[in-house]
Ligand binder design. Sequence first.
Ligand code: SF4
Length: 293
Amino acid sequence: MTISIDPHSGFCFGVTRAIRQAEEHLQKGQLFCLGDIVHNGQEVERLERLGLQTIDYDALRELRHGRVLLRAHGEPPSTYRIAQDNELDIIDATCPVVKKLQERIRTTYNSHPDAQIVIFGKVGHAEVIGLVGQTHNTAIVIESPDDLDRLDFSRPVYLFSQTTKSVETFRLIVEEITRRRNLLFGDKPADLPPFEWHDTICRNVSNRVEEIKDFARSNDLVYFVGGQKSSNAKVLFARCKEANPATFFISSPDEITGLPDLNDNARIGICGATSTPLWLMQAVRDKLVEVSS
Ligand code: SF4
């Protein structure tokens, strides 16, 4: 029996960078983090043991003169205003990819005040809140093509995506918007208002889909390690399961109490999301070695 960890799984560049910043700044004293630094309970607990204190927006409003780390997901302008009013020292660990997306949305919003800014993303997700905030909360968030009834196709549309969404669904949304606009303006194509779409999906995530499917296929049994709150984990787990139905979602090695019947040459794979730490996948490997011996 062999047990291997997918070399492409684990923290993406943005999360690695935010955690490194947290570790560095924790050495200088008290440090707060606005929201979970990563959608992985075990990694949050590890950093909390080093002294990181996770706070919510209510606590942020009450806080004075502290040091607050902003996680890779990014924040809306209102968070920076609270920090300024409360004389907080901000350590901005917003992923540069997200920062650039925020700037693009803000610039588009400012230069096209009559347009509809549309964001393909998950309603209420931290990154999406930060993106919508660039438009004074006027952007329309759509989760699937089914939500497109909320758009007015007689007006300009500027479409962006949350960085961790599916490329295929984004393409479907572009096609559906194009179809509906053509239906409306079929006889007067010259009157079509502008429609610009920007595929702002992070390739750190989307490129992993094919890699993780290949990994799942190359193993007889797969343990996908991810946090319950991680949308990226849900997407990647679903792809793994499609590629290999013998894929199981776990958040901790403690969930492994035994192994199904496997032959002596069975291959067991361990993989995870962009929010899954390598040390946690290694702990799962250790547990599998323990229960298989
Ligand atoms: S998934 Fe991409 S955009 Fe999001 S934090 Fe990671 S590197 Fe940055």
